[in-house]
Structures are given as C-alpha cells and as structure tokens.
Design a protein around this ligand. Structure first.
Ligand SMILES: Nc1ncnc2c1ncn2[C@@H]1O[C@H](COP(=O)(O)OP(=O)(O)OP(=O)(O)O)[C@@H](O)[C@H]1O
Ligand SMILES: [Mg+2]
Length: 445
C-alpha cells in the first residue's frame, strides 16, 4: 500500500473524549470512528488489525479441532424464552420487533441458538465430541460504554460451544480451550493470565478468565508473581492427549491468580510476601463449563451407548476479538504511539522516502516495495510529499514494528536504514540485506 493512496485519517490533536491511551491512539492513528456511544466504524487500518487477530483466533481454534460456522446477529426471542434468559438478561439486551410483531433481539451471546442447532441435527453419542464456534458481532447495551472498543456496545467476539457425552469429556474440552487460548494470545505477542473466575449463579470451579495486565484494566487482580514467568512457547501439543492438556491446565492455574470477584485473602496471604502482586487487568477471554443448564432447559439430548437419552454436556468459551485491539495497544505503546507486535501488525514494514521526487530515492523505494511484496509481505510506503519529520511521526504513531528509511546520503553508498519501532535502534545495510532481514523476522512469527 502507498500512503498517498491509502485512507489513513490521522488526527493531529489529542481527542478530548478518550480517557485511556489505547482509545486515544486508535482515534489518532485513524483506526476507528465513533458512530454512537460504544458503536464504531473500523477504518481501514483498524479493520486490518481486527482481521489479523481474527485470523490467529481461527487458526488456533481449527488446530484444536474446533469447527467454524456462522450464526446470525439477530435471534428470535422465543429461543431465549425457552432457557428463561429472555427475562433474566435485563437492560443489556437490545430488543427489536419486526413488522409482523415478532420479538427479536440482537444476540449478546449464542448459547440458546447453538443448542437449537445441536438439537435439530445431533442424536447420537457417536457424533460427539463436537465443538462449534463463530466470530460474530454481539450487542450488549452496556450502561457505561467507554474506553473505545474495550467496552463497546457492539463488539466482535469469538464464541465457541462444546458438546460432550460425559462430564469428563466436557472437562477435556475445557482444557483444550485453555491450551488453545494460551497459544492464541502468545501468537499475538500478549501475555494473558488465566485467573479463576466467578461462575455466577451456575457456580463451580470450571471457569477461568484470561487477563492482560494493564493499569487501565477494569478488573482488580491478585496473583503470585510466578504466574508471569510461565510461557507456552513453541512446545508440541496433541489436543487429543487428555493428560497433556490437563498438565498444561495444572501448570498454568495451580498458582494463585484471581480477580476481585473470587479473591480470597487467606489463600493470597499464604504466598510469600515478595511474590504477592495486586494489579489491574483487562479481561480478553473466558472459558466456562456449565454442564446441562441449556441442554436440559431446551431438550438437547443424545442417545448413549446403552440406549438411554441424556442431556448433552456443554461449555462456552469466548475471546474478545475487538477488545483485544485495545488491549494490545495498552500493552504495547510509548509516548510516540503504538508499537505493534509482529503477529498482528497491519503492515509488516514501513518504507520512508526522505526525498520524494528524487529519481534515485524513488526507484530504490519502488524496488524495496516490489521485493517485500514478492515475498508475500505487505509494506506501507510513505510516498507523500512531506517533511522527513512528519513521515517519521506518522510511522511512529501507527506503530509498524519495522521501518526502512531511504535517503540520498545513504543511497550514495548503497545503504538504507532499518529501524526497530520497539527499541528505536537503527542499522545501515544494503536494501537487499534489509529485505532479507524483514523476511527472516516474519518467517518465525
Ligand atoms: N462490552 C464489551 N466490549 C468489548 N468486548 C467485550 C465486551 N463484553 C465482553 N467482551 C469480551 O468478550 C469476552 C467474552 O464475553 P463474556 O460474556 O465473558 O464477557 P463479560 O464477562 O460479560 O465481560 P465484562 O466482565 O468485561 O463485561 C470477554 O472476555 C471480553 O473480552
Ligand atoms: Mg467474562
């Protein structure tokens, strides 16, 4: 992409309405535009990041054996009357009536609809285990939408639903989700810590929230500092191996890590004092095993091997895809702007031409652009007639992890400059070496 032909409406001034840095930077970098409280248009660069995140989510879900489908945003109220949640959900549910007077709603989540799909098409235990998921817009009429896309009213979520014959199988599905989520967040360059969460009215231990530590997080969190040393890394995982998945769950959840909802002072104080941490976090996902709550209410049963009919065991598992864009920026920025991790960056590399219109500089930039594109990478070439300072400021604001700078002085010696956005360090090298370095960096992402 050439910046002169792109749509990147960067703001010069700090938007007054933004209280936290991610919201401010998303507006300034031209990623989103608010259309109503908590409802945003995703402008081209914001949309690109959203799609990159969604892509990682899909890849990791499919790797875990989970199957994508797509359910509609609008749902019939009658399904929610069956589960009893039509009345329970309260003001957060956006209720709509069509021209025939039928009650509908904009889905805040999809347990009812997926259970309806299941009961229509699955009869036998032989069709289990089954995990179906989608990435779809949700609507929750939050009392206080704020912090930009972090707490929107319309937001993009991955929600997956597991169906199993036995509780034991359902807990394996839970563990599989925990592992796949660890991989997902790590690929984005994020540390998200599984913390024991509150099961709400359903109760039980089988729910964890994934939290990204950030001062602006809405949840207060308490944890043993050892949890931040854990990484999943590039270890091999066999998602059918129950012991291995259970082992990962134990490794990542045995140390104390809880949000204020489940915090237990006595347990926390049993940790050596120097390891006790109280901080804030952003909830970027949650996994939940709830058994037969919906299958019983909605008659979703399966035939067992010995000819009985039992309600299917279920769980639901969510990732806040649009919230993650904000959370990533909260965790990766400096006073000049965003610093995208390589896994989610909207463009792989920026190209800055210090002397637009100079024949040598222009052709060197074009050659870089072509060479990077030929390697399957997406460069963003700042080909505007702007001062160098303005070009650098834009690149720093939008946060591409790598920048190649081309100027007449360097070119005289066949050199360009490769700069890391994160460290600010620059290195001179030939254009070919710069391309090779960028290719190498992304090959391992
Ligand atoms: N209003 C929202 N705006 C953006 N993302 C959201 C919003 N509500 C929930 N999410 C994201 O969707 C994920 C799964 O939804 P879940 O039902 O667990 O949300 P939740 O627990 O109600 O969230 P919260 O406690 O933040 O209101 C959450 O972990 C979060 O990342
Ligand atoms: Mg939650």
């Amino acid at each position: 992409m050439r910046l002169s032909r792109y749509f990147l409406p960067v703001l010069k001034e700090n938007p007054a309405e933004a209280q936290i840095v991610s919201h401010r930077l998303m507006l300034r970098a031209g990623m989103i535009k608010q259309q109503q409280a908590g409802i945003y248009s995703w402008l081209p660069m914001g949309f690109k990041v959203l799609k990159r995140i969604e892509q990682i989510v899909h890849e990791e879900q499919i790797r875990a054996g989970h199957i994508p489908l797509l359910m509609p945003t609008l749902q019939p109220a009658d399904l929610w009357r069956e589960s009893g949640r039509y009345d329970d959900y309260g003001e957060e549910m956006l209720r709509i009536r069509d021209r025939h007077g039928r009650d509908m709603l904009y889905g805040p989540t999809n347990e009812e609809m997926i259970t309806d799909i299941f009961r229509a098409h699955v009869e036998s235990y032989k069709q289990l285990p089954l995990t179906l998921y989608h990435v779809q817009w949700k609507f929750r009429d939050e009392v206080r939408p704020r912090f930009g896309v972090m707490r929107g009213r319309e937001f993009y979520m991955k929600d997956g639903y597991t169906f199993d014959l036995t509780r034991e199988d359902a807990l394996h599905a839970y563990n599989r989700h925990l592992v796949s989520y660890l991989r997902t967040y790590e690929r984005m360059g994020l540390q998200a810590i599984p913390m024991r969460a509150d099961g709400g009215p359903i109760g039980g231990d089988y729910t964890h929230e994934f939290l990204v530590l950030a001062e602006t997080g809405e949840s207060e969190v308490f944890y043993d500092s050892e949890v931040t040393d854990l990484t999943f890394g590039d270890r091999e995982i066999d998602y059918d191996d129950r012991a291995q998945c259970q082992g990962v769950l134990e490794e990542f959840t045995s140390r104390y890590a809880r949000t204020d909802e489940t915090h237990d002072e006595a347990l926390f104080n049993a940790i050596p004092e120097e390891r006790r941490r109280v901080a804030r976090g952003i909830e970027v996902g949650q996994i939940f095993y709830f058994g037969t709550k919906y299958s019983e209410a909605m008659g979703a049963t399966v035939n067992t091997p010995d000819g009985k009919k039992v309600p299917v065991e279920m769980g639901s598992h969510g990732i806040g895809v649009s919230r993650l864009v904000g959370a990533l920026i909260e965790a990766n920025h400096d006073d000049k702007g965003i610093i995208w991790p390589e896994g989610v960056t909207p463009f792989h590399c920026g190209i800055v031409n210090l002397k637009q219109g100079d024949a040598a500089c222009d052709s060197a930039c074009e050659a870089l652009y072509a060479a990077l594109s030929a390697k399957g990478l997406e460069p963003l070439y700042d080909d505007r007639e702007e001062r160098a300072g303005a070009k650098f400021a834009t690149m720093d604001l939008i946060g591409l992890p790598w920048r190649i700078t081309v100027g007449p002085r360097g070119l005289a010696n066949n050199l360009v400059e490769l700069t890391s956005r994160r460290t600010g360090e620059s290195e001179e090298m030939s254009a070919e070496a710069a391309v090779a370095r960028i290719v190498e960096i992304y090959a391992s992402v």
